[in-house]
Design a protein around this ligand. Sequence first.
Ligand SMILES: [Fe+2]
Length: 232
Amino acid sequence: MSATLMRTAPVLRAAARASGAVKPMAMASTSFVRGKATLPDLSYDYGALEPHISGKIMELHHKKHHQTYVTGLNSALETIGEAESKGDFTKAASVAPLLNFHGGGHLNHSLFWENLAPASRDGGGEPSGSLKKAIGEDFGSFDTLRKQMNTALAGIQGSGWAWLVKDKQSGTLGVVTRANQDPVTGNFVPLLGIDAWEHAYYLQYENRKAEYFEAIWNVVNWKTVASRFDKS
Ligand SMILES: [Fe+2]
């Protein structure tokens, strides 16, 4: 395996584990299972997050934008597989940026959908239990966390994401941003991601992205965030 593939493969395995969105296909050999990314289903209707996020945005975001990352990821993996089979590691390495972009896009969105829930169900409010305690210790208060996330989101130039993360070594929480579709990797476990790409809000909020960053807290699924926190 090339150095590039050695670096990217763990990201994809993490994506598969985190999202459950990569399904095993035919067994290529007794020691290697080739996987193909698929678009995960949502656990709520497209219109269920209204009025905070419109059904039209959710439908386009999921069906079109996320699907593009899934298709791009599978295409990149196929190209890498073919290059590897020919021993053409230069070709394989040249696909690394596409693998990062589409693989990251698939992972980020798979986590994002699970981060959301209708306000009438599990969406909104504040976290409880061990996550609430950790937020209090590391941010001072839930409101401070919200403000830090929104400041981080507002500071993203171009496209990207803000994430509430847990540092695996120290166990502490923090807020980080990632440009484009760069995934959260390394020591950080992504707990809550907010998509700051224009495709996530423009149809409804146009250039008033600060309104979108305020509104999305009404549909954050804290049960999912708490579950990721407790398991990490
Ligand atoms: Fe997005």
